[in-house]
Design a protein around this ligand. Structure first.
Ligand code: ASP
Ligand code: MG
Length: 436
């Protein structure tokens, strides 16, 4: 059967591209008009802002508070989309909506929520509830495609059965060997002809003993890469509401430019510095197997987009990357001692212990500064540990800007009217921490 997987393509549709009936119909048209002739695996995110809504519902349920209004609103939102699709798709086929009405899935979710109160592990319970967003959306999309794409067979594959992770709740670590085996086995069964489309959930994995995990917020891109890696896909396409990989977020910077072609290496670095267009874990599995990644617009699917692959290119336009919610932590030794290797060991130990992520660091003779993601509980833990040895000061609510491939002009443009708390540059990268 391996032959049926030859030339497999993976499409990933994020929340905005499945946010309502019109968006899902647009997805169906993209598959029909732009999709490959051969086998296609579609990875979908939860509809619109569903994951945020489920996080809120879960948190209320966990703390024994009333979540019924929020749950009803979320159910109605999915029902409405489903009914509109039934109406629209009636012209293609009668069978839409008979198998996977969201009502059944919401009943199951409601049932689960009633057992949440008092459950011991917050993060484990989170994965059991918040994963429903992707499950509902994958069902609805699979059903819509089955009705729309009359000439193709559509199957639904639960991701928790095949993407095997450990039990690091909310950030499951993939067991690549087991995942590759499971994904390949199931694909060999499902893709019984090259005419098949399989729809699965992004964001979700499962432990060996069958409990659902999630891969971290915005993790559906990563899911697409995991499937592509395991199935040695020909390519991955991420369909987004932007025309490709841009050098800056158009909501923040005017005059953005699109990179038509860019290397894995450059893209990995941009994602690392906080460019939000692609989940940072996505690139490595694709680069490992030399699988090209396309970023395309679901609003303008005929447009070129961006091709990310192994390539050489001339110097790129400077990329502006903004990371908000930063904390600048400054440490000084209490007795005017120099910052030494022994001190650094203590500092890194305390930060690692609190699972804080260092984004920039700088030291002078008597002080050491780090810019971190501002996670209040983790910060408090680290500060308490460090106060025993250092004078600790910190400044919250800051923004870290990174310019990759900077030019003098791009730095001047960024710094105009901003006051800088910390600045650093290497040969290719310029970083500043500012108060906005
Ligand atoms: N629905 C999840 C989230 O919003 C995963 C994703 O969209 O990639 O975080
Ligand atoms: Mg999302």
């Amino acid at each position: 059967m391996e032959n049926e997987l030859k030339g497999l393509q993976v499409y990933k549709f994020g929340g905005a591209s499945v946010k309502d009936a019109a968006a899902i119909l647009n997805l169906c048209r993209i598959v029909r008009d732009f999709g490959p002739q051969g086998p296609l695996l579609i990875v979908v995110s939860a509809m619109g802002k569903t994951t945020n809504a489920l996080e809120e519902i879960y948190d209320l349920a966990y703390h024994g508070r009333d979540y019924s209004a929020q749950l009803t609103a979320l159910k109605n939102y999915h029902q409405l989309a489903h009914e509109a699709l039934c109406h629209q798709l009636a012209k293609y086929a009668q069978r839409f909506g008979t198998e996977h009405s969201p009502i059944k899935i919401f009943d199951e979710l409601s049932q689960k929520l009633t057992h949440i109160l008092g459950s011991s592990n917050y993060d484990e319970g989170y994965d059991q509830i918040v994963s429903y967003g992707e499950t509902i959306s994958a069902h609805i999309v699979a059903d819509a495609l089955a009705s729309f794409e009359l000439s193709r067979t559509v199957f639904w594959q639960p991701a928790s059965h095949v993407i095997q992770t450990n039990s690091t709740w909310r950030e499951g670590r993939v067991d690549w060997k087991a995942t590759e085996r499971e994904v390949r086995d199931s694909a060999n069964t499902l893709f019984d002809s090259s005419n098949t489309i399989v729809v699965t959930e992004g964001f979700i994995g499962g432990t060996a003993d069958g409990r659902t995990t999630t891969l971290g917020r915005e993790g559906s891109d990563y899911s697409a890469a995991i499937f592509a890696y395991c199935l040695r896909a020909e390519s991955v396409t991420i369909w987004k509401d932007v025309p490709g990989l841009l050098n800056a977020d158009p909501k923040i910077f005017p005059d953005t430019v699109r990179y038509p072609e860019i290397s894995y290496q450059e893209t990995i670095e941009m994602a690392y510095y906080g460019a939000s267009v692609i989940h940072p874990k996505t690139l490595k599995p694709l680069a490992d197997r030399q699988i090209p990644l396309r970023v395309k617009s679901f609003v303008d699917p005929a447009a070129e987009g961006t091709l990310i692959h192994d390539c050489q290119h001339p110097p790129l336009a400077p990329a502006f990357i903004r990371k908000t919610g930063q904390v600048l932590l400054s440490l000084e030794s209490k007795d005017f001692a120099f910052i030494s290797e022994e001190n650094l060991e203590v500092i890194f130990g305390a930060l690692a212990q609190a699972r804080l992520k260092i984004n920039v660091m700088q030291n002078s003779a008597l002080s050491f500064s780090v810019c971190l993601d501002g996670e209040p509980t983790r910060l408090a833990q680290a500060v308490a540990a460090l106060r025993t040895q250092f004078k600790v000061q910190y400044n919250e609510g800051l923004t870290l800007f990174t310019i990759k491939n900077y030019t003098p002009g791009s730095i001047a443009q960024l710094l105009a009217g901003r006051s800088v708390l910390l600045e650093q540059r290497t040969r290719s990268t310029f970083q500043v921490v500012v108060k906005e």
